[in-house]
Ligand binder design. Structure first.
Ligand SMILES: C[S@@+](CC[C@H](N)C(=O)[O-])C[C@H]1O[C@@H](n2cnc3c(N)ncnc32)[C@H](O)[C@@H]1O
Length: 444
């Protein structure tokens, strides 16, 4: 691992704060990186724990890896203030950087912490098999106790949600699995088991609820659906997760925060690199709509989850905050949209307003001469292409960043999970653009 004075590392000479080397060199290398082929089609996106749990619009791991290797060095602090399924955090930690991340979504944190945890495959397989066996015994021997546990765990509103979306057989299996996880998984394996549990519910091909399209965050109830057995799914998901666990003996160190990206709690000028992607502007991927299907089982009440959802960046709920005037590209798009839909225009103002706080916070915590990479897809609101990348780039400049370049990448339709509406049929010009992402490069 190169020390901080090792001037042969490409990132050394770029860090003004640490190395006093020309900023122009770092700028040139960053620009070149942003112009490279960033599609990563054909690359394995599921290696080393990355495929453990579905998460819409997650990065291919090669994307953060590419920037982390070029723009930071071992020991540097790498931040993702909206880490989602933890792709940047895991890659940064794997590459020997000090990884830090924030997300307000409890399922994002569970998935990420599970990925970072100590999971020795043979022990996890033994414990997981015991969980399934114990759950099976409870279902046969103590169904009344399980019914009582359901009543105890779920308040009225949450129970109504569960009754609507899950058949009684699956409810019993799920509560039996939870009881067994709580009694036989030791502390260090608990998050891993809960993550496996969640992946039986939020699954690309159906899962154990009555919902379709859950992994796309567009659930609809299909009464004719024959949901899968939760016990069998748990056993399957356990095996497939362990096939990609690595040796997993040591936990991977990272600083995971249940904080908003607008207020990370990090000191000023403490971060060497940011690689992140915010939610879409029109809430097209409504994470909480899908995540509550497993979070209700993991101790969260529907009412708490509704509150968290309203704190998502750019959520459609009316903003109570007043935002300062935005850069011209943002104001222009909002004005065009206001002619056709005032409500959506107000939501877009909230999105750009909140992203101004987020990007301002990124600027505050970063060291001078360091780089931020923001990956974003655009949104189509009432036939208007929001050109989110232009808006966010202008916001970056307004808070003091230098805009280095806006690169683009074409999404692998088979891999990157986007809302179902964009997946098939005859795509319009704008929808075609939805299969492209922009990679905004900013430098402090
Ligand atoms: C596009 S996803 C990130 C995906 C991630 N790059 C990955 O590879 O999995 C956007 C994330 O922003 C998070 N988010 C939304 N509002 C937030 C806020 N106020 N603070 C922090 N994270 C937020 C969501 O929970 C979601 O996980």
């Amino acid at each position: 691992m190169p020390g901080h004075n090792d001037s042969t590392h490409p990132a050394d000479s770029m860090n003004v704060a640490n190395g006093g080397c020309p900023r122009s060199r770092r700028l040139g290398e960053f620009r070149e990186a942003l112009r490279a082929d960033l599609d990563f089609h054909g690359a394995n996106g599921k290696h080393s724990r990355h495929g453990w749990h579905p998460f819409p619009a997650k990065f291919p791991p090669q994307l953060p890896q590419f920037f982390i290797e070029r723009l930071s060095r071992p020991g540097d602090v790498v931040l993702d203030p909206m880490f989602g399924s933890g792709t940047t955090v895991l890659e940064a930690a794997r590459l020997g950087r000090r990884a830090v991340g924030c997300d307000i979504d409890p399922l994002a944190r569970l998935i990420t912490e599970a990925k970072l945890g100590r999971v020795a495959p043979s022990e996890a397989l033994r414990v997981g098999n015991t969980v399934v066996e114990q759950a099976r015994c409870r279902i046969h021997e103590r169904p009344a106790a399980l019914q009582a546990a359901l009543t105890q765990r779920l308040d009225g509103k949450t129970r109504a949600f569960v009754d609507y979306w899950f058949r009684p057989e699956q409810q019993l299996e799920l509560v039996a699995l939870l009881d067994a996880i709580e009694s036989c998984a030791p502390g260090r394996l608990r998050m891993f088991m809960e993550m496996v549990f969640s992946s039986t519910i939020i699954a690309k091909s159906g899962g154990v609820s009555l919902a379709r399209d859950l992994a796309h965050t567009r659930p609809h109830r299909v009464l004719g659906k024959e949901p899968k057995s939760a016990l069998e799914e748990f056993a399957k998901k356990l095996k497939s997760a362990l096939a990609n666990a690595g040796d997993g003996v040591a936990p991977i160190e990272a600083d995971i925060r249940a904080k908003s990206a607008e207020d990370t709690g990090l000191p000023c000028c403490s971060v060497d690199l940011i690689v992140t992607s915010p939610p879409y502007a029109n809430n097209a991927i409504d994470y909480m709509r899908a995540h509550k299907f497993s979070l209700v089982w993991l101790g969260w009440k529907i009412s708490d989850l509704t509150d968290i959802r309203a704190r998502y960046l750019g959520h459609e709920a009316a903003a109570t905050r007043v935002f300062n005037p935005l850069p011209t590209p943002c104001e222009n798009t909002i004005a065009r949209l206001r002619h056709v839909d005032r409500k959506k225009a107000a939501a877009l103002r909230r999105y750009f307003g909140e992203m101004t706080s987020v990007i301002g916070e990124m600027h505050r915590v970063m060291k001078r001469g360091c780089c931020a990479v923001i990956v974003v897809g655009t949104s189509n609101l009432r036939g208007i292409d929001v050109e989110t990348q232009r808006g966010l780039a202008a916001i970056g400049e307004s808070v003091g960043f230098e805009l280095v370049h806006i690169g683009s990448r074409r999404l692998d339709r088979d891999k990157r999970m986007l809302p179902a509406r964009w997946g098939g049929g005859r795509a319009t010009q704008i929808e075609k653009r939805m299969h492209e992402e922009h990679v905004i490069g900013l430098m402090k």
